[in-house]
Design a protein around this ligand. Structure first.
Ligand code: ADP
Ligand code: MG
Length: 597
């Protein structure tokens, strides 16, 4: 017997281990649903109360457990999925560590009903903080029904660490989508606070993608291109979004052997394949499923980690790049240009030796750009981003060093010229100032909107005919968190149904710009930038709204309008760049002009 060292009681050890596997309701849900899938369920129903902290319930029609097994299932390292170390290298199930249920029951009140098809009676088991408090026979359908109540009831620090119900629900939905996208053959139902928020019938992968992401603006329907490659090393299948599809709310999903993963290196392969096809700040949507021998990836994946290591990353990079390029090339209507792909690939450095892979020969037009513009004016509501040719990425670095200009003065007498209906020219002693008319307005509106968020007095204009905005459930959650700020700047709306709002008034500066499209863009931009602090999302919203509201390029301006723009710009700080790095004005100095003569 040692003096001060002793073994921890099981329930304490489980509670500590739970911290790793079960971090929040969403991770608990993931484990439960994966178990249902491993049990062969074809219908999985998920019930959530208050962001999952009060209740998380998963009901499946899988193979169920015997009375002895269900009791075992909650022991640590109890699993039916592997029995020896070598099994790890042939893994085809989602779970294998036998940790999830033990962890969950250490930090929650758990109640299970389960029955195998061959048994007449099922079992009911009740566990509180790793202790079985009740086990009895029970009448129940075939399958398993697990209720996890009061998550972290005995770990106050964890419980405090949870975010708002809305955020936890959003995490749950994210996890739900990651799983539902892999199992289109399984029906999923998600019920939140007694309301069915998602019901996904059995269907094809493509239909599943459309069912999940097709809601609001239907961006995916008819816009997905098939991707397919079967090689000795890996099989790849899936879908990519056409380049011209609105990429503001792009969705990016990689899966390997049925498991969601993040893979920045493979992401780079896809971006490379799309290079030249997308507008500056757009990213492509993709849903790519890799099928690979389990021993070609790192199997000892931590349950909560989504980054997965491949043995042959570089070779797979090339296969993926070629496959996506081919898919884009096939659909590309532009006249094809034969070029050898091998010389064009710009591969980020990887530590391993490259593996040579025979490339499919592709017909791709490298200059094809669906966003290429011909002439102004353009339809503003078509999306402000299309007003600009692809901006070089380096622009974002500019802000650091601003050249010291002496700004020419603007007063009632200053002569102003509008050039090409795009720029305002302003001759002065210090030089010839050229101002981008759209961006200068964006800069002004951006500052004004930021002030209005604080002062809550944005001028509002009622709509003659209220507009109805349809959103996906995920978007609704984002919308709800932005609601106060949107009202502060002049939007007025009511929630019509769980997923629809009526817009009755808009900020006066919005003018004739379509309010639904604008709000959708704002919601998606906030999601894309992952803004979750008030100041962050205000900035994101302000720049998105300002871009929509600002005078378009190509619009003819009166002398008074130009003067007003410049004077308002000067009242603010008159910085040379927008927060996204775009140049607002430039000055050609007398020296530069002199050199030309
Ligand atoms: P793992 O999934 O890693 O094996 P878990 O702790 O998640 O570990 O589950 C332990 C065991 O309980 C599983 O191996 C499985 O045999 C059984 N089990 C868990 N959930 C279900 C379910 N929904 N249906 C049938 N069996 C289940
Ligand atoms: Mg499991």
């Amino acid at each position: 017997m040692s003096d001060i060292i002793h073994l921890l009681p099981d329930n304490v050890a489980n509670q500590i281990a739970a911290g790793e596997v079960i971090q929040r309701p969403a991770s608990c849900l993931k484990e439960l649903v994966e178990n249902s899938l491993d049990a062969g369920a074809t219908h999985i129903r998920i019930v959530v109360l208050n962001g999952g902290r009060e209740l998380l319930q998963v009901i499946d029609n899988g193979k169920g457990m015997s009375p002895a097994d269900v009791r075992m299932a909650f022991e640590r390292h109890a699993t039916s999925k592997i029995s020896q170390a070598s099994d790890l290298f042939q893994l085809r199930t989602m779970g294998f560590r036998g940790e999830a249920l033990a962890s969950i029951c250490a930090v929650a009140h758990v109640e299970v009903y389960t029955r195998r098809p061959e048994d007449e009676m099922g079992t009911r088991l009740e566990i509180e903080g790793s202790t079985v408090v009740n086990q009895e026979f029970a009448q129940c359908p075939v399958g398993t029904n697990i209720r996890v109540k009061n998550l972290f009831y005995n770990v106050p620090a964890r419980r405090r660490f949870l975010k708002t119900d809305q955020t936890e629900l959003r995490n749950i939905i994210t996890e739900y989508h990651r799983i539902a996208l892999v199992y289109p053959q399984v029906q999923f139902t998600l019920v939140n606070n007694d309301e069915v928020i998602s019901d996904l019938p059995r269907c094809s992968t493509k239909q599943r993608i459309e069912a999940i992401f097709g809601h609001a603006s239907k961006p995916f329907t008819g816009n997905l291109v098939d991707v397919m490659a079967n090689t000795e090393l890996v099989n790849i299948h899936g879908f990519i979004g056409k380049p011209e599809m609105s990429a503001k709310n792009s969705q990016q999903y990689f899966f390997v052997n049925g498991r969601y993963m993040r893979h920045p290196y493979f992401h780079k392969a896809i971006l490379t394949a799309y290079s030249g096809l997308l507008a500056a700040d757009h990213t492509p949507s993709y849903f790519i499923y890799f099928d690979i021998q389990p021993d070609a990836i790192d199997v000892n994946i931590h349950p909560t980690k989504t980054e997965i290591k491949f043995v042959d990353e570089q070779a797979i990079f090339q296969i993926l790049l070629a496959t996506v390029r081919e898919a884009l090339g096939k659909f590309n209507i532009a006249p094809s240009l034969d070029f050898t792909l091998e010389t064009q690939i710009d591969m980020p450095a990887m530590p391993q030796q490259p593996t040579t892979i025979a490339m499919p020969r592709l017909q791709v037009d490298p200059n094809y750009n669906p966003f290429k513009q011909t002439s102004y004016p353009r339809n503003v509501s078509a999306g402000w981003e299309q007003l600009y040719p692809a901006a070089p990425v380096e622009q974002h670095a500019i802000q650091v060093e601003q050249p010291l200009f002496i700004l020419p003065e603007v007063n009632e007498q200053t002569p102003l010229i509008q050039w090409q209906n795009k720029y305002i020219l302003l001759p002065a002693e210090s030089g010839l100032m050229m101002v981008h008319q759209h961006r200068v307005h964006v800069a002004i509106l951006y500052q004004e909107l930021l002030k209005q968020f604080d002062m809550q007095q944005g001028a509002s204009q009622s709509l003659l005919f209220p507009e109805v905005l349809e959103l996906s459930y995920e978007d609704v959650l984002t919308m709800q968190s932005l609601m106060d700020d949107l009202q502060a700047i002049g939007f007025a709306m009511d929630q019509l149904s769980p997923t629809a709002f009526t817009i009755t008034a808009v900020p006066s500066q919005l003018g004739a710009v379509n309010p639904c499209e604008t709000l959708l863009q704002v919601v998606h931009q906030v999601q894309d930038t992952g803004s979750n602090a008030t100041q962050q999302w205000r900035e994101t919203m302000a720049i998105a709204l300002a871009d929509r509201m600002a005078i378009p390029m190509g619009k003819s301006l009166s002398d008074a309008e130009m003067r007003d723009l410049l004077m308002r710009f000067y009242e603010n700080q008159a910085s040379q760049y927008l927060t996204n790095g775009q140049t607002i004005f430039t000055i050609i100095t007398p020296d530069e002009v002199q050199k030309r003569f």
